[in-house]
Design a protein around this ligand. Structure first.
Ligand SMILES: [Zn+2]
Length: 416
């Protein structure tokens, strides 16, 4: 398909409204009245409602639904067997996140099955739509938990002990919703049965538009290296009125230096980003000098060594400021994912078939975890404003319908 055809590749009249109708089922689930957008965290009421919706939709289509040992849900068209084609995404969100990050890939998987049936496709191998648990790490801090557990990329004992902001462990949260946490861990038979994994996702930036202003769909080349670090600055809690400046050991001062350093040091590293989007002062009182401040630092760059150098540069500035303030600093790496290159042959084939440009992404995905084990690809649907992980995240229904058609075309190629 040529680039000219690519802009016309897409829905027949009514596809946009069909998409919107399926999509509207999710609109009321997990709305966050405080932050705006949606807060759907793994195993909470909203995420469980989404799972129930997915199961109902899958069963309505005659798909066989199963929970795996790691809290991931699978809906099978055809009995599970080696060489299976797997699509899907996740149902959880960041706090106050957008509607599309995750659920778009799940809904598109269901609608792609409808489309394949309309096309009269008879698959030669099974297709599964999967929903992976805790992709965002929004509740327990470690992203892509479901795919990492399945592939053996994380120690299940470590995962079971992770806890949320209320002190609830993964094990307890899983038990509360009927999952047995003792079974969590590598699932080599399931992994070996996956022939290809394709994840459709909303684009989380505006790169696609800058590469090709007319493109509705993009195909991923790579996920850049990215990681999360927790920086804890400890000082001395004290009275905000009676403590002279000379007597203070205020951890908020080095914390502020960290925020500014996360922007300033980037000038030396082309293409890198660093963000501190979460700060927790303890005890957190208006008239109280904090005794400690925890900051979470997120750093991303194509090269993992550059990512590490950026963290080092930021931490060096925090340590210097902390020394001057009489505070101490502790740094803990919470997660790190090296650069992931998706299967180049598969990516080129999909890009050619869809007439879609190939672009890198700086967002992490379950597809990045699977890419180390099976041929994996990602298809992006354009995001006009480029906003994601925020309430303003948006994709047009017509574009999403193009995404469904594109996913169906990719799956048809892989299934027949
Ligand atoms: Zn996502």
């Amino acid at each position: 398909m040529s680039r000219e055809n690519a802009v016309r590749f897409g829905p027949t009249p009514g596809d946009g409204s069909r998409f919107a109708s399926a999509w509207s089922d999710l609109a009321g689930i997990g709305r966050d009245q405080l932050r705006g957008g949606f807060s759907r965290h793994v195993f909470d009421d909203a995420e469980m409602q989404l799972r129930a919706w997915f199961v109902e939709q899958a069963q309505r289509r005659g798909l066989e639904v199963e929970n795996d040992r790691n809290g991931n849900v699978w809906a099978w068209w055809g009995a599970p067997a080696p060489g299976a084609v797997v699509t899907g995404s996740h149902l959880d969100s960041v706090p106050g996140g957008g509607a599309f990050d995750g659920p778009l890939g799940v809904v598109s998987g269901l609608l792609a099955v409808d489309e394949l049936r309309l096309r009269g496709v008879t698959p030669d191998r099974p297709l599964a739509i999967a929903c992976f648990m805790e992709e965002e790490g929004g509740r327990f801090g470690l992203p892509c938990l479901g795919s990492r557990l399945l592939t053996g990329a994380v120690d299940p004992d470590h995962v079971r002990r992770l806890h949320d902001a209320d002190g609830v462990s993964v094990a307890d949260a899983a038990r509360r919703v009927g999952f047995d946490p003792s079974t969590m861990g590598p699932d080599p038979a399931r992994l070996a049965s996956i022939g290809t994994f394709v994840e459709l996702h909303i684009e989380q930036g505006r790169l696609l538009r800058s590469v090709d202003p007319l493109a509705v769909i993009g195909v991923a080349s790579e996920i850049v290296a990215h990681g999360r670090w927790r920086i804890t600055v400890s000082g001395q809690g004290n009275h905000a009125g009676t403590t002279a400046v000379a007597d203070r050991h205020d951890p908020m001062i080095p914390a502020a230096a960290a925020v500014l350093a996360a922007r300033r040091v980037l000038s030396g590293f082309e293409g890198a980003v660093a963000t501190i989007g979460r700060i927790t002062p303890v005890p957190g009182g208006t008239n109280v000098i904090a005794s400690s401040v925890a900051l979470w630092l997120d750093v991303r760059h194509t090269d993992a060594l550059v990512t590490a150098a950026i963290v080092d540069a930021i931490v060096a500035e925090v340590r210097a400021e902390a020394a001057a303030e009489g505070c101490t600093v502790m740094v803990q790496r919470e997660s790190m994912s090296d650069q992931v290159a998706f299967d180049p042959g598969l990516g080129l084939e999909i890009s050619g078939r869809l007439g879609a440009p190939v672009i890198p992404t700086a967002a992490g995905h379950d597809a990045g975890v699977f890419a180390a084990h099976v041929p994996t690809a990602m298809v992006f649907v354009r995001n006009p404003a480029g906003v994601s992980h925020a309430p303003d995240e948006h994709a047009d229904a017509d574009d999403c319908a193009v995404g469904v058609q594109a996913l169906a075309t990719v799956l048809e190629t892989l299934l027949t």
